[in-house]
Design a protein around this ligand. Structure first.
Ligand code: GLN
Length: 483
């Protein structure tokens, strides 16, 4: 049961082979057993989960069940969920209970999914290893001495250990795709504007996107069907006709043109990862796709541009945490200014402070033109690179991350080394493009992710290509030993 896809779980529920209460209890028991070792959840709520499961069973009995009704789910703790503690893995929000639901949370609830808990993450989604969480690091289920990737590392670890069949994540520079790669999962970042950011605690608003994480592309498509859609409460939400993201799952690969950016297969890519990605591309060719060499000439500038733009936006977004309206307030202070300073000094961790300092600096008078404006120009060049590339190909493929999961603590002292983990994922965020990672093999016993990047709004084609690959391979079914 724990390795079934969402559609298989949906079929088992529809056939009455299992009730949502039984299924939820099964996963809750696994959470109780495994979470103390993995630290994938910040919060689990058995009573609320079982209430939701009973409601799902009742909806089914009343003939109101959809494809996801009754299936357990976890949300990254960046999503506000009414009545749930919503911490963003920060001391700043340690005791914050959200009075409302994020749009995506409401949609998945309307779809009948059963929320079992909120997953651990890097503090305010800043990180690539899930080690900046106030609640401690998450462990990779494939090897407990390794990081799960970040910042949606708790969601990734929870699915990889089969503690939930699916979860939400957010991706500002790679935080869905990179942990999906390091934990052997499928994860999708939609085109910017497809999923509402309402109720998703803001990190870098022009880059943040919510998306699904699950075992397979088909599961991601089913989740995205429920998560996508216009929301007037997010001014960057796009008002487009509803799409069925499963509609191209059956599309054969014959004739599909896959662009291989030469910059993604150059120095810096681990040889083991390179070999596994090459083998996956061979499989795509065998299934009828053709590969074409392309170039994304400005991709070397994506990490520096991102680390100006994202901190700039973060420094502005995080100014709301002032100890007054909500969140942590220092116990001792001399006056108002001192209260702000102490509350923020105590409430934020080191990486968050680093981003606020960088962001404030690049936005300051005298440096704005040199850094922020320049980074915005580079951002435009990067988007144009993709636009030019999509004249020659339908999808772009390459490695998701330069290496497999690394040991806990290995990069914590060197922020630049940490930032380089996202070298292949950041460009899609800067350009607003959809991207996904699917498991495609192992190097040194750890999962390797293949990244797919599509043209704007081409999620369905990307999911279709990934699904065809998964019909012909078994990497997405592989489970860590001892489950
Ligand atoms: N690792 C990147 C960062 O630290 C991306 C994080 C994300 O996508 N939320 O900012």
């Amino acid at each position: 049961m724990i390795n079934l896809s969402l559609s298989e779980l949906g079929a088992a529920l529809a056939a009455g082979q299992i009730s949502s209460v039984e299924l939820t209890q099964l996963f809750l028991d696994r959470c109780a057993r495994e979470n103390p070792r993995l630290n994938a959840f910040i919060c689990l709520d058995q009573a609320r989960a079982l209430d939701a499961a009973r409601a799902a069973d009742a909806a089914r009995a009343a003939g109101r069940a959809g494809p996801l009704t009754g299936i357990p789910l976890a949300h990254k703790d960046i999503f506000c969920a009414r009545g749930w503690r919503t911490t963003c893995a920060s001391r700043m929000l340690e005791n914050f209970v959200s009075p409302y639901d994020a749009h995506v949370v409401g949609l998945l609830q309307d779809a009948g999914m059963v929320l079992v808990g909120k997953t651990n993450m890097d503090e305010f989604a800043m990180g690539s290893s899930n080690e900046t969480s106030y609640f401690g690091p998450v462990k990779n289920p494939w090897d407990h001495t390794m990081v799960p990737g970040g910042s949606s590392g708790g969601s990734a670890a929870a699915i990889a250990a089969r503690l939930v069949p699916a979860a939400t994540g957010t991706d500002t520079g790679g935080s869905i795709r990179q942990p999906a790669a390091l934990c052997g999962l499928s994860g999708l970042k939609p085109t910017y504007g497809v999923c509402s950011r309402y109720g998703m605690i803001a990190f870098a608003s022009s880059l943040d996107q919510a998306g699904p994480m699950a075992k397979s592309a088909e599961d991601c498509a089913l989740m995205l069907n429920a998560m996508a859609g216009f929301d007037a409460r997010d001014s960057t939400s796009l008002d487009r006709p509803a799409e069925n993201y499963t509609r191209l799952l059956g599309e054969p690969l014959a004739g599909l043109r896959i662009g291989l950016p030469r910059e993604y297969f150059a120095a810096g890519l681990d040889a083991g990862v390179h070999a596994v990605v090459d083998a996956a591309l061979d499989q795509f060719r065998k299934l009828g796709a053709v590969t074409v060499d392309i170039s994304l000439p400005n991709s070397g500038l994506s990490v520096p541009a991102y680390y100006v733009i994202a901190p700039a936006e973060a420094s502005s977004n995080l100014s709301r945490f002032d100890g007054v309206r909500y969140g942590h307030r220092a116990a001792d202070y001399s006056d108002l200014a001192d209260m702000y300073c102490r509350s923020r000094a105590e409430g934020f961790g080191a990486e968050v402070k680093r981003r606020i300092l960088i962001g404030t600096y690049v936005l300051s008078h005298g440096y704005y033109d040199a850094y922020y404006l320049q980074a915005q120009k580079i951002r435009r060049l990067i988007a144009r690179d993709f636009q030019a590339a999509f004249e020659h190909c339908d999808l772009i493929m390459g490695p998701t991350a330069p290496d497999v999961a690394f040991p806990l603590g290995a990069k914590s002292a060197d922020p630049v080394q940490m930032y380089l983990n996202d070298i292949y994922t950041i460009a899609a965020n800067l350009a607003g493009l959809p991207g996904m990672s699917i498991p495609c093999g192992f190097a040194r016993g750890l999962p390797v992710g293949l990244q797919l990047v599509g043209a704007w709004f081409d999620e369905a084609r990307m999911l279709g290509a990934a699904h065809q690959y998964q019909l012909n391979t078994d990497w997405h079914r592989a489970m860590p030993a001892g489950l």
